[in-house]
Design a protein around this ligand. Structure first.
Ligand code: Z5A
Length: 209
């Protein structure tokens, strides 16, 4: 396996937390620091991964077993890591990813109720010790996230979940951040966009300047 030369940054958060709104900002910030940046997402990021995303987010399989959901997330991740993330990092490109394995703990663990040890087993099998260098956790109450996301017209299979579901997802993200405070930086996403971006900038400068 090639050694990592670029850095790997992930954005996480519940529905409506503002990841899409902030990804371009983060990319621009890194570029002004002179970095070459690859923007990608999970589930997805490769042709096969994007097909899996369609299955996961679409409505053709509404009653999908939670184990199937978890394994499909990791199947897409395997493809993504092998074909895109690791080669880019090895070439010195910084990779900025909209969600990664923390989302599996938060959604399939906290949200669906799958035991952490099962997720940990898949994580260790696929990633070994590989982890993001920095994770920006956009945190806000589930009710506010849903209110913001409610402006969208066609909700996907996850976006139809209840406020209680997203409260569990949020709680799991916060527990992950408590366990790994150096890697996972909590950003108060309930604030106005410019204030959110100020916090993001500070976190990136703290980690990489
Ligand atoms: N998933 C999983 O279960 N397990 C896994 O392992 C992985 C993923 C990897 C797809 O994710 C789903 O996959 C996801 C979890 C699951 N489902 N959910 N929920 P996604 O990231 O593609 O989908 P998403 O969560 O719905 O993200 P999104 O569509 O990119 O939305 P967002 O990034 O959270 O929010 P936004 O679109 O940037 O903002 C929402 C609205 O709020 C919008 O109108 C903005 O203008 C507004 N906004 C944003 N920030 C602010 C502030 N600061 N103030 C006021 N208004 C704001």
């Amino acid at each position: 396996m090639s050694a990592r030369q670029g850095n790997f940054i992930t954005l996480e958060g519940i529905e409506g937390a503002g990841k899409s709104s902030n990804l371009k900002y983060v990319k621009g910030l890194l570029q002004t620091m002179g970095r070459e940046v690859l923007l990608t997402r999970e589930p997805g990021g490769t042709p096969l991964g994007e097909e899996i995303r369609g299955v996961l987010l679409g409505h053709r399989h509404t009653g999908m077993a939670q184990e199937t959901e978890l394994l499909l997330m990791f199947a897409a991740r395997a493809e993504h890591l092998t074909r895109k993330i690791r080669p880019a990092l090895a070439a010195g490109t910084w990779v900025l990813c909209d969600r990664f394995t923390d989302a599996s703990y938060a959604y399939q663990g906290g949200g669906r109720g799958i035991g952490w040890q099962r997720i940990r087993t898949l994580e260790q099998w696929l990633q070994g010790t590989f982890q993001p260098d920095l994770t920006l956790l956009l945190d806000l109450p589930a009710a506010l996230g849903l209110e913001r996301a409610g402006r969208r017209s066609a909700p996907d299979r996850f976006e139809r979940e209840t406020e209680q579901f997203f409260t569990r997802v949020r709680g799991t993200y916060l527990r992950l951040a408590e366990r790994e405070p150096e890697r996972i930086r909590i950003i108060d996403a309930s604030r106005p966009l410019l204030k959110v971006q100020e916090q993001i900038r500070a976190a990136i400068l703290l980690s990489f300047a």
